[in-house]
Design a protein around this ligand. Structure first.
Ligand code: SF4
Length: 333
């Protein structure tokens, strides 16, 4: 049976692309790429179940962060290096294609849909630099593109590809109805790199990176409040319970060897967790603790206990807030 690897984000277009190839008799295996800034794995799982296909999940590696720092093809309106990111994902799909001895890679790209990353010359660039020119198929708009090697050799039937283009959603939804595809129910959080308000966090981390900086420091950018104290030092405060859970998990997973990371959870009241990264001394620790208390409605001076974690050690300590400390003086990134 002919085999295709499809990049599967769970977005409607990726489902359409899979179904078109299934109709051509391909066994399709989905590939969902999880980045530190965009996790669509839950949507992809629902999509895979709806389509009746296997889906594999891969996390990006350090080379992905390098393209976020220095994208060859530039950023979109935020710090989203979409073309570099697409290229990265197609290359990961190529690796899986080779591993599983598949025939083609399939994407849900639509020519002209995204001005910054899906114009004709963008698709040509992706073809060329992905290393799978001729075997990269865009079923939704394939008829508008030059015939690929896979079409010329008969692996893919060009007649069964489509010729949709542009930003209009109605033709895609009509095609979905024709192919029996519905929107999935799982809500998809978008990629935070596209958010203009998120860009300062990424730029700040890039600017202040040291040899010590690790991938998890990019992962936590999506969570909580981030406040820079000085060139070396940053405070991260959970805003919601899920932020605190994520910070806690990352601390336990990644910081056993890191003398420059400290973490506190409130012990005697409900409030946010706080992480201090960088210069750890009396001054910065006090800032972090005061900020933690500053964002806690329930902290009562005289009865504040914090649970402190540093490397593999932990202990409970009392804390008295600094008189006159004003949390509003500190700008969040
Ligand atoms: S929006 Fe984010 S995940 Fe999507 S291509 Fe752009 S950078 Fe990559």
């Amino acid at each position: 049976m002919k085999k295709a690897i499809a990049l599967l984000s769970g977005g409607f277009d990726s489902l359409l692309a899979v179904r078109i190839m299934q109709k051509q008799g391909f066994e399709v295996i989905g590939l969902n790429v999880i980045t530190p800034f965009c996790d669509t794995s839950a949507a992809a799982q629902e999509a895979a179940e709806m389509l009746g296909i296997e889906c594999r999940y891969v996390k990006t590696d350090d080379s992905y962060l390098e393209l976020v720092r220095h994208p060859r093809y530039g950023y979109g309106k935020g710090v989203n290096p979409c073309l570099d990111c697409h290229l990265y994902m197609i290359r990961r799909a190529k690796e899986l294609m080779e591993e599983l001895d598949a025939d083609i890679v399939v994407t849900g790209e639509v020519i002209g849909q995204r001005p910054m990353s899906q114009q004709r010359h963008h698709l040509e660039m992706l073809d060329y630099h992905s290393g799978i020119q001729g075997r990269l198929i865009r079923p939704i708009c394939g008829k508008l593109l030059p015939p690929t090697e896979a079409e010329l050799t008969g692996i893919v039937d060009r007649e069964q590809l489509y010729a949709l283009s542009g930003r209009a959603r109605t033709p895609l939804h009509q095609l979905g109805t024709e192919l029996g595809i519905e929107k999935i129910k799982t809500s998809m959080a978008g990629c935070v790199l596209t958010e203009i308000s998120f860009a300062p966090r990424v730029r700040d981390l890039i600017r202040h990176e040291t040899d010590q900086t690790e991938a998890w420091e990019y992962e936590i950018l999506r969570f909580g409040r981030h406040i820079r104290l000085d060139r070396e030092t940053k405070v991260v405060l959970g805003r919601r319970e899920s932020d605190c859970d994520f910070l806690s998990a990352k601390f336990r997973e990644c910081c056993a060897e890191r003398a420059d990371v400290m973490y506190w959870e409130p012990e005697s009241y409900m409030g946010p967790s706080v992480m201090l990264i960088g210069r750890i001394d009396g001054e910065t620790m006090r800032f972090a603790q005061d900020m933690q208390v500053g964002y806690s409605k329930n902290a009562v001076p005289g009865n504040i206990q914090l649970h402190r974690y540093h490397k593999t050690e932990e202990w409970i300590e009392a804390f008295e807030p600094t008189e006159g400390f004003d949390i509003k003086k500190f700008k969040t990134l």
